[in-house]
Design a protein around this ligand. Sequence first.
Ligand code: F6R
Length: 246
Amino acid sequence: MDIIVDPTHELMSQSAARIIADAIRAKPNLSLLIATGNTPIECYRQLSAIVTSEHIDTSRLVAVQLDEYVSPENNSNAPSLFDWMQRELLQPLVIDSGNVVRFEMGQSMPRATVDVYDTKVGSIGGIDLAILGLGPNGHLGFNEPPSAPDAPTRLVDLTPESLISNQPYWDDSQIVPSQAFTAGMTTILGARKILLLVSGAHKNTVLRHAITGPVSDLLPASQLQSVSGNVTILADNAAWGDIERR
Ligand code: F6R
């Protein structure tokens, strides 16, 4: 596991953006698994600035959605992680809609949404680079505890912790739904490279357990230890605290 600890969230975001930009330059048809949430927003802004200033070609970049809420279809004000990803990354990087893999809602059965997603991820050859955040309960994507390393893409019930941590993303009229689709642990752990971005003192304990504690389905992020050769942790000082480097 590579570990990069930067003094601030902003510097951590810069380090992450540089890694992603270099990966896109090295492989213009890179497939990128994209977390939403608060942690990566600054990284996405910096990535967009680097892409513009260094004229990096994003015309063949493939963006893959990591997770999405399931909201009633007739609610036009429903919170949407796709809208978030579009605003924060797809539009700034000018990613062609034909190069986006998302959870397609409106299928009659959740199974169909999952199958379409998995087929598309398979057809692009899986994930080159996964950008992940760390849930306060140790989730990756919405692989809520307990999630086994072979947990597939699926519809999940969000835990109370995730409902609480996600609600501040939205205004009071937008209630976080109780269910979501998530890329499975198989897709995440199968990524050729994984960046885990962790910011803020409130993540220190869960980060410590994830990287120094036992590997357990009860803390899905701990399973990154099993694919540690592919993992880079990017943390700021507040999140890292006094975790011992091994
Ligand atoms: C979001 C996602 C989640 C978040 C995690 C951390 O697409 O998959 O796993 O990455 O909950 O969220 P923040 O960054 O808001 O602390």
